[in-house]
Write a protein that binds this ligand. Structure first.
Ligand code: FAQ
Length: 331
């Protein structure tokens, strides 16, 4: 649904103070950079930051929806939601694995999340109040995620780009199931339609914030220069608005923005001002659910410790057995 966010624009030139002519030439030729290739430290750091924050977002993103698995209104919806939440966990794993190819350990990444040093997407600090929120998250949150992630399939770093291909296929299913859930509510009783509208009223603006600050306030500009990000925060946000308005019209839902209107001259929808104070408050830990999310995430990590230790002990036993039997054959 969102493949129009692929674009073939080559990366813009990197800043002179990051110069590494051979590397820059490879980037300009749009070559894929692989784990053992020479790369500037700043490129490596930018990737570790973005990929790990992305991984954290996928894993923390399981929490707002996970709480609804036991409350899904039918077996079919429960199966779909279970599969979706499990997919998000899988996305986290591919992304942590992609970050590890840059020489950082999984433990260090998880520690950065748990200690509050690393960020995760602001959107997951909002509460899921009603069943309609599950539909709205699929439609708007996964929709925004796909818009942002389809261009990442062409990211200059090979392992990130390859991980994104599968992630985007799965996110596309997530977006459609959300739209289908909302369509069911919108064609149901007046109470169901009202629940859908209330949910969209609460999630619309936070979804627009997912794309990050205005380009003028975006600090990681080298990510564009190095072909990590292919499209800027504001351009992606505009693409998302343009794609989503007709879908809202199809559902018969209003988007909570009195300034939202088609601008024929620009060929885009104009939309109102984003509340950046709210955005930064949530990013910096002041959202309704920040504390709860971190508490739940750390608890899940600690509760799973024995499983990781058992798996490691089993792997060590198997490795020892393999060595012992190869020594027997040699003797
Ligand atoms: N939330 O200079 P920029 C999903 C931070 S996955 C929190 O513009 P950048 C799947 C930013 O980190 C959703 N922090 O940064 C799912 C930086 O701080 P730092 C996640 C934000 O990196 C669906 C500072 O502000 N997707 O939803 C946010 O160039 C449903 C300055 O910003 C990705 O991570 C924010 N919204 O651009 C799961 C995609 N925005 O690090 C479950 C990959 C900005 O210096 C259910 N990431 N910040 O301390 C990206 O494309 C980019 O990292 C951006 C931000 C576009 C998010």
């Amino acid at each position: 649904m969102y493949t129009q966010s692929f674009d073939n624009a080559p990366p813009v030139a990197a800043k002179a103070d990051d110069a590494n002519p051979e590397f820059e030439a490879r980037i300009a030729r749009d070559e894929s950079i692989e784990p053992n290739d020479d790369m500037p430290d700043a490129y490596r750091k930018t990737l570790i930051r973005q990929i790990s924050q992305h991984a954290h977002s996928e894993v923390v993103g399981m929490l707002p929806e996970g709480g609804w698995i036991t409350r899904a209104p039918s077996l079919k919806r429960k199966e779909i939601l279970l599969a979706k939440v499990q997919d998000e966990g899988g996305h986290g794993l591919y992304l942590y694995a992609a970050a590890e190819t840059l020489g950082v350990t999984r433990d260090a990444l998880i520690d950065a999340l748990h200690s509050g040093k690393a960020k995760y997407s602001s959107i997951f600090n909002y509460p899921t109040e009603t069943w309609a929120d599950i539909g709205t998250i699929g439609w708007l949150v996964d929709g925004a995620a796909i818009m942002n992630q389809v261009p990442l399939c062409r990211c200059s770093y090979g392992p990130y780009a390859r991980a994104m291909i599968r992630v985007c296929k799965e996110e596309s299913f997530h977006q459609r199931q959300g739209f289908d859930l909302l369509r069911t509510l919108c064609t149901g009783t007046p109470e169901q339609k009202a629940m859908a509208q209330d949910s969209v009223n609460r999630w619309w603006w936070p979804s627009l914030m997912m794309f990050g600050p205005h380009d003028s306030d975006s600090v990681h500009t080298n990510a564009m220069a190095w072909g990590i990000k292919r499209i800027s925060n504001d351009d992606l946000r505009q693409k998302f608005v343009d794609a989503t308005v007709p879908q809202a019209q199809f559902l018969g839902l209003t988007l909570p923005d009195p300034d939202l209107k088609w601008n024929a001259e620009r060929g885009h929808y104009d939309f109102g001002a984003i509340n950046w104070d709210e955005f930064w408050r949530v990013v910096n830990g002041g959202g309704v659910c920040n504390q709860e999310r971190m508490h739940d995430r750390i608890k899940a990590f600690e509760d799973g410790r024995w499983v990781r230790e058992a798996a490691a002990a089993h792997a060590a036993k198997q490795a020892k057995r393999a060595i012992d039997s190869s020594m027997k054959v040699a003797a």
